[in-house]
Design a binder for this molecule. Structure first.
Ligand code: MN
Length: 443
């Protein structure tokens, strides 16, 4: 079943009998993302967000309202980890989505509304967890605007990127152990850096140039490829299960000094993700063509070129980074937007990233997480990390504070919203993290 198709679950006229799902919410009935949560004093369990509530899948199963693939998906998602659900892939998850849409909609199937008191949990009463223990994490780098911000433009007016950039989706293997869920504090790392930005003597100690990167994360679904076997573009498209927001915290002093083979300690201190898996099916109304290659760029390589992906492999998702300093928090001032960009600026599609990743026979499977790379657009207001913002000078906040780099106590909040006329807008929740002081060096 192609996840590009629109179906009854995308109907913008659907309303939910749960009132918080209607109106301005990230989680209307057209979204239905999967997540893992924990009630106080209980173990982890799987659920589906609706408004400011969660459908507890284990409690839903007890009502015996599901059958076939929908029941199989609910069983796979009802345990203490969402990996079994990711393994089942898009088909069963889609069947569960269709049934939940019917059970939750005003005038839809009966049975769930009557038991809402037992099945719906308030998000405010639970702790959100990572959907699963991340199996493998790789991070890509596929915005020409991110790379070109510091390099300038060529004589075509296009961002100057290394020769490899337009020939394949560039990436590196990250650390699964570094992935943390939104809300987890992030230590400033210790490391080796030059005293000035790319100049000066070397020092070791707390990173002076701590940055963030606004990215989208991709949850891989299905059985994947066995080692040695590549994935076709069609297989790669089918493996796209869902997305989240991803902050690839980047320590620029460490990164810029150490990089010879690629990023290492400059990236592996922490990567923050939003807890909800917004399914690729839920995002179907927001698909857009793959990035239009400017005249003079190399052609799309044949093994990464598929008609459906070229026509609809991109996603129109508005993305925002917000910063709240310790001073702002103390004064009760909410986080201020410092970047507004869109996922459609990415030069390569997620299907191309997956197909490229597997092209040498590298094994990918459910539970793998892929970062898109910094989602910068052409305008300065679309600079999705501080290293880029700095090209126009330090970030100026409304309260008079300025930032070249993140200070201890600063919180970065990432948000995402997919919007299109004629469709219900869906959101991603938040990926939030606060920088806390570097740990004391062990004696
Ligand atoms: Mn990155």
């Amino acid at each position: 079943m192609p996840m590009t198709m629109l179906n009854a679950t995308h109907n913008p006229d659907l309303l939910c009998w749960e009132p918080t799902a209607n109106g301005d919410t990230d989680f209307p009935i057209q979204n239905l993302p999967f997540g893992r949560f924990r009630r106080p004093g209980r173990g982890p369990q799987g659920g589906v967000a609706i408004g400011d509530k969660i459908v507890d899948l284990a409690a839903l199963l007890e009502l015996e309202l599901l059958k076939g693939d929908a029941e199989a998906a609910a069983r796979a998602g009802a345990g203490d980890d969402l990996l079994p659900l990711l393994r089942l892939g898009n088909g069963p998850a889609s069947a569960l989505r269709a049934r939940l849409s019917d059970l939750l909609s005003e005038g839809g199937a009966s049975g769930l509304r009557e038991a809402a008191g037992r099945v719906l949990v308030a998000q405010a009463d639970v702790e959100m967890l990572l959907p699963t223990t991340v199996r493998q994490f790789s991070d890509m780098c596929v915005s020409t605007f991110h790379i070109g911000r510091r390099n300038g433009n060529d004589d075509r007016g296009q961002p100057i990127c290394p020769p490899v950039f337009r020939t394949l989706p560039v990436g590196y293997d990250g650390r699964a152990s570094s992935i943390v869920v939104s809300g987890t504090p992030v230590h400033r790392p210790n490391g080796t850096w030059q005293e000035s930005f790319n100049a000066g003597d070397l020092a070791f100690g707390p990173e002076p140039r701590q940055d963030y990167e606004l990215e989208v994360g991709l949850w891989f679904g299905g059985e994947g490829n066995s080692r040695g076997q590549p994935l076709s573009m069609a297989q790669a498209s089918d493996a796209l299960f869902g997305m989240c927001l991803l902050n690839d915290w980047s320590s620029r002093g460490i990164q810029f000094w150490e990089t010879m083979l690629g990023p290492f300690l400059g990236k592996s201190m922490a990567t923050t993700i939003s807890p909800w898996i917004v399914t690729v099916e839920a995002l179907a109304p927001f698909r857009v063509p793959a990035f239009a290659r400017p005249a003079g760029d190399p052609p799309v390589p044949a093994h990464l070129n598929e008609t459906g992906d070229q026509q609809a492999g991109g996603f129109d998702i508005a993305l925002t980074s917000r910063l709240q300093t310790k001073t702002m928090r103390g004064a009760g001032v909410s986080a201020q937007a410092i970047c507004k960009t869109n996922f459609r600026h990415m030069y390569w599609t997620f299907a191309q990233m997956v197909a490229h990743h597997a092209s040498n026979g590298c094994s990918l499977a459910a539970g793998d997480l892929l970062g898109s790379g910094t989602c910068s657009g052409p305008e300065m207001a679309e600079a999705a990390c501080l290293a880029e913002s700095l090209v126009a000078g330090s970030v100026k906040l409304d309260n008079g504070e300025t930032r070249e780099w993140l200070e201890d106590g600063d919180t970065i909040v990432l948000e995402g919203r997919a919007m299109r006329d004629g469709y219900a807008s869906i959101g991603f929740g938040k990926a939030s993290g606060q920088i806390i002081p570097a740990p004391d060096w062990p004696t």
